[in-house]
Unconditional design. Structure first.
Length: 178
């Protein structure tokens, strides 16, 4: 296969004939850690985004095609205690790459946009009675990029709590380019 220079999308890498150095046992390491928060401080161009993309593909629920991405990788042979976590969790993925701006207002605007996009990915929360009327109003406001101040500040913790309530599972929060 061809070398994946600059490619950080795990799905694309696995489905487009690129060479892949199997780092899937990172998933095992993450699951084995007792910590609730894991920080991966690595130098630039060290594969952090690709690894987060892999973690997202592994853990994210309602993505049936993702299981195929791990066929033949080490994590498949790590045992049922690990593969049982595949496709099980709601995942919130935020890339703060575009949030780095020259002034606070632009930064806040970009952050509002990033969070809004993630709310759009989880619109299923508006169906099925998971949210009460007030929560639906808050959800729609964030989704429409109309939240300010305290609403923006609380939006992410609300999304995590709502996803956990709706699915009965802990939420995996992945933040890239912090």
């Amino acid at each position: 296969g061809k070398p994946p220079i600059g490619l950080s999308d795990f799905r694309k890498l696995r489905t487009s004939g690129y060479c892949y150095v199997d780092k899937s046992l990172l998933i095992q390491s993450v699951l084995d850690l007792p910590a609730e928060v894991l920080l991966l401080p690595r130098p630039r161009r060290f594969g952090k985004t690709l690894n987060l993309s892999m973690l997202r593909a592994f853990f994210e629920r309602d993505r049936p095609g993702n299981a195929e991405l791990f066929r033949g990788l080490d994590i498949e042979r790590a045992g049922e205690e690990y593969t049982a976590h595949r496709g099980r969790y709601p995942v919130v993925f935020l890339s703060l790459k575009d949030v780095k701006t020259l002034n606070w207002e632009d930064c806040l605007g970009h952050l509002r946009q990033v969070i809004s996009e993630e709310f759009k990915r989880h619109e299923m929360l508006l169906e099925g009675g998971f949210l009460d009327t007030e929560e639906q109003k808050q959800f729609r406001k964030v989704r429409a990029c109309e939240c300010v101040g305290f609403e923006l500040e609380r939006s992410l913790s609300h999304l995590l709590a709502w996803l956990e309530r709706a699915t009965g599972e802990q939420v995996v929060l992945l933040i890239d380019e912090y």
